[in-house]
Design a protein. Structure first.
Length: 248
């Protein structure tokens, strides 16, 4: 019994350590700088994206946040929401390839936003909201490389990009996924939806035709069965009458 109890204690200790390791790993992963929502439709207009910055240090506060916006696929019409205790500095850059819009050709776009003056304490986070006029429609994602500076001078560079098939890097950059455009009816792929609807209609028609044919066949078999049954009863009655006739 003592050996059995010892084995149980060891198994419990191993399980507890494994659970603690998993929770610790989850805590580290959740401490990354992230962008919310995680996705938008390509070419989306008049929206807001939020950069969530958690504080990972126990003995230092976050005092500066720098977010770099891509200029190869620029975000147009960027506006910064006032943040209590923080001062935002917006930097614009000339675009290598101007963007044509309904309102004209855009040659400059925001390339960096820097927040200073505030503090994010240990165990806390801060949300930095950025409004946009239009997202690009010629890419599948936007990467926002970010630098997080602490009061002790330490700088964490959230700039690593995950390669296809690789695990998440140690300091991943916030990534906003861009999904297929939505049609006026709310469908992501109108052509495919139309084709699917047409196929469904044909399938429904074929099913209806097949169902009608099956119903007709079933009715025919039912009537034939009734006729056979009536004939069987008649034959039985005739046999009974013939068997009684000689006795009479």
């Amino acid at each position: 019994m003592s050996a059995y109890r010892t084995t149980l204690r060891r198994a419990g200790t191993v399980a507890a350590l494994a659970t603690a390791g998993v929770l610790a790993a989850a805590g580290v992963a959740s401490a990354h700088v992230t962008v919310h929502p995680e996705s938008y439709a390509k070419g989306a207009t008049d929206g807001v994206i939020t950069f969530r910055v958690p504080n990972e240090e126990d003995k230092a506060s976050t005092t500066k946040v720098q977010v770099y916006l891509p200029t190869d696929h620029p975000v147009l019409g960027v506006l910064v929401t006032p943040q209590n205790g923080w001062t935002a500095k917006v930097t614009t850059s000339k675009l290598k390839t101007p963007v044509k819009t309904d309102d004209g050709t855009i040659t400059d776009a925001v390339s960096e936003i820097t927040w200073t003056g505030g503090k994010i304490g240990a165990g806390q986070f801060e949300d930095f909201n950025v409004a946009f006029g239009q997202l690009p429609d010629d890419t599948d994602q936007l990467t926002f490389k970010t630098l997080q500076t602490y009061s002790d001078g330490n700088v964490v560079r959230w700039i690593e990009e995950a390669a296809a098939g690789d695990d998440e890097p140690e300091n991943p950059a916030p990534v906003l996924k861009l999904t297929a455009k939505e049609s006026e009816d709310g469908d992501d792929t109108p052509a495919a939806s139309t084709s699917t609807a047409a196929t469904a209609t044909k399938t429904t028609s074929a099913s209806s035709s097949s169902g009608s044919s099956s119903d007709s066949t079933a009715r025919g078999l039912g009537i034939a069965g009734l006729i056979v049954g009536v004939l069987g009863l008649a034959a039985g009655a005739f046999a009974v009458v013939r068997s009684r006739a000689p006795r009479s």
